[in-house]
Structure formats: structure tokens, C-alpha cells
Design a protein around this ligand. Structure first.
Ligand SMILES: *Cc1c(COP(=O)(O)O)cnc(C)c1O
Length: 282
């Protein structure tokens, strides 16, 4: 008998956005993932990955993270009575996310270098007996995250015309595609031009691990990857706050920043707002 590890993730609001709809000439809906237990969509996948890790007899969870995977991993580890070892690139994760890790007893290992260096180190640690890696390369993460697409289908009675969301490593794009199945909306994952130095710390990933799958989803759905700059991200974050009352972190506003280049007039658009603003308030 396995025990489900949960903090009450998922079932987040899908909010109609009347002011931004009018501004952009579309029918805009916001999937508010900041409402998850640790404040980002990562909790959906973490619940499944940690449940599986417990079944497999793991005693330690390992991940590399730009911050939100770390906060989520540490919380679900505490919930399951496991140890969490979090590998971050020195100085790269937003302070509040590291506070979240420490508050629930997670251990932080800092490495010199980029996210890719942190990821390599995490893979090394995670290959040891009794250790489980819970990055988005863990297929259970993707399975858990796909539930957000089910919620959208249920709420709207079918897929929207367009889905737009931030593109970091690409795991979430992959998860939504899996969830929509053969009813894919047009996918517009949004990345920042300068991936190495963007203000959007959650998507500060130079080498997206799921790049090939993201390209495939974009091609199959008739969409495109849209590239924006930091100014557009900051403007979109402020717009979302002032026009609709949602305070999100910079990365989470990527879909709004790319609206004028992803949606055509009158289309129904779902924008995935991935994480809470208190996580990365700088
Ligand atoms: C992880 C994360 C992303 C990027 O998701 P990927 O699956 O890596 O593409 C975007 N926004 C927030 C807030 C995140 O935590």
C-alpha cells in the first residue's frame, strides 16, 4: 500500500482577464499556478515524483534548481520524512526561494558555474543508492504537471486556441502537451533572448534539457517559440499586477509579454502564470 504525498497541490484558479482581454483584443484566461502550496506549478509534479520515490525506498531527494524546484522538493521531502539536497548555481536562485528550502529543513549545496553545472552535480549525487533525482527529467514530474491541462479542458469545455507559457528547461511545455493529448492548442512557449542573464531567474537556463520535445510540440501544434527581452518581461509583470491584481514573479509574466506576437484577434488564449511574485520580488 503506497501513501500519496500531498500538500494540496493543483486545482488552481483559471481566471478570466477582462481588462487584458480588451487591451489585447483576445479572450484571455490566466492559469494561476502561484496558488499552489509552495507558490509554483512545480508542486504538481513533485507530489507524484516524491510519492514514487517513497515507493522505491529512497531516503534522499536530489535536485538542481533555479529556485522553485528547490522550494517544492524540500517541502515534499519534509512532508514524506525524507532528506532533500538542493544544488544551485551560486547566486542564481532568488533569496525567498532559498528561505523556503531552509524553512522546511532542506540542505543547499552551491556550485560555481551555471545551471548546467548544478544539474551535472545533482545527477552525480542522485545516482547513489537510496537517492532519487526529482528534476523535470524525472518522468513522474511531467505526469503530475500535465494535470493543469486537464483542469483547463474541464473548465473551458475544450482546448483554447492558444496556450502561452514561460520556457525554461521546457518540462512544463512538454507536460501541457501530454495533458492536452490529441487536442493541442497552438503552443507559444516564451523564452528570454539573454537566457544566461535574464531578470527572470526561474528561466535562467542556457541549455533547455527538453528542447527537442518543445520543438516537436510547437511544430505539431502550429505554434512557435517567441523570444522577448527583459524590459518586456518587467512591463508584463507590472501590467498583470495593475490590470488584473495578480502579483507573479518575472518569469511567470513571459506569456503576457509575448501576447501581441502569439495570439490573433478574438482568439481564446490561456496564459500560464507559473509562480507567485513574493518568490522573486527584486
Ligand atoms: C520552472 C519554472 C518555469 C520554467 O518551466 P520549465 O518547465 O523549466 O520550462 C517558469 N516559471 C516558473 C515560475 C518556474 O518555476
Amino acid at each position: 500500500m503506497s501513501v500519496q504525498v500531498t500538500l494540496g497541490e493543483g486545482g488552481t484558479p483559471l481566471l478570466h482577464a477582462p481588462r487584458l482581454s480588451e487591451r489585447f483584443g483576445v479572450d484571455l484566461w490566466l492559469k494561476w499556478e502561484g496558488a499552489n502550496p509552495t507558490g509554483s506549478f512545480k508542486d504538481r509534479g513533485m507530489a507524484v515524483a516524491v510519492t514514487r520515490a517513497v515507493e522505491d525506498g529512497a531516503h534522499t531527494l536530489v535536485c538542481a534548481s533555479t529556485g522553485n524546484t528547490a522550494a517544492s522538493c524540500a517541502a515534499y521531502a519534509a512532508r514524506a520524512g525524507l532528506r532533500a539536497v538542493i544544488v544551485v548555481a551560486k547566486g542564481a536562485a532568488a533569496g525567498p526561494k532559498l528561505l523556503q528550502v531552509q524553512a522546511v529543513g532542506g540542505e543547499i549545496v552551491e556550485v560555481d558555474g551555471s545551471f548546467s553545472d548544478a544539474f551535472a552535480h545533482a545527477e552525480d549525487l542522485g545516482s547513489r543508492a537510496g537517492h532519487a533525482i526529482v528534476n523535470s527529467t524525472n518522468p513522474h514530474r511531467i505526469e503530475g504537471q500535465k494535470t493543469a491541462a486537464f483542469e483547463i479542458l474541464e473548465r473551458l469545455g475544450g482546448p483554447p486556441d492558444v496556450l502561452t507559457l514561460p520556457y525554461g528547461g521546457g518540462g512544463n511545455t512538454r507536460a501541457y502537451a501530454l495533458g492536452f493529448g490529441d487536442r493541442l492548442p497552438r503552443f507559444h512557449p516564451v523564452q528570454v533572448a539573454d537566457r544566461a542573464h535574464t531578470v527572470a531567474s526561474a528561466i535562467r537556463i542556457v541549455e533547455p534539457v527538453h528542447a527537442a520535445e518543445v520543438e516537436d510540440v510547437v511544430r505539431r501544434s502550429g505554434g512557435s517559440v517567441v523570444t522577448v527581452d527583459d524590459d518586456a518581461i518587467v512591463a508584463a509583470r507590472n501590467l498583470l499586477g495593475r490590470e488584473e491584481g495578480l502579483f507573479c514573479e518575472p518569469a511567470s509574466a513571459a506569456g503576457i509579454a509575448a501576447l501581441d506576437r502569439s495570439a490573433r484577434p478574438g482568439e481564446r488564449v490561456v496564459c500560464v502564470v507559473t509562480g507567485h511574485g513574493l518568490k522573486d520580488p527584486a
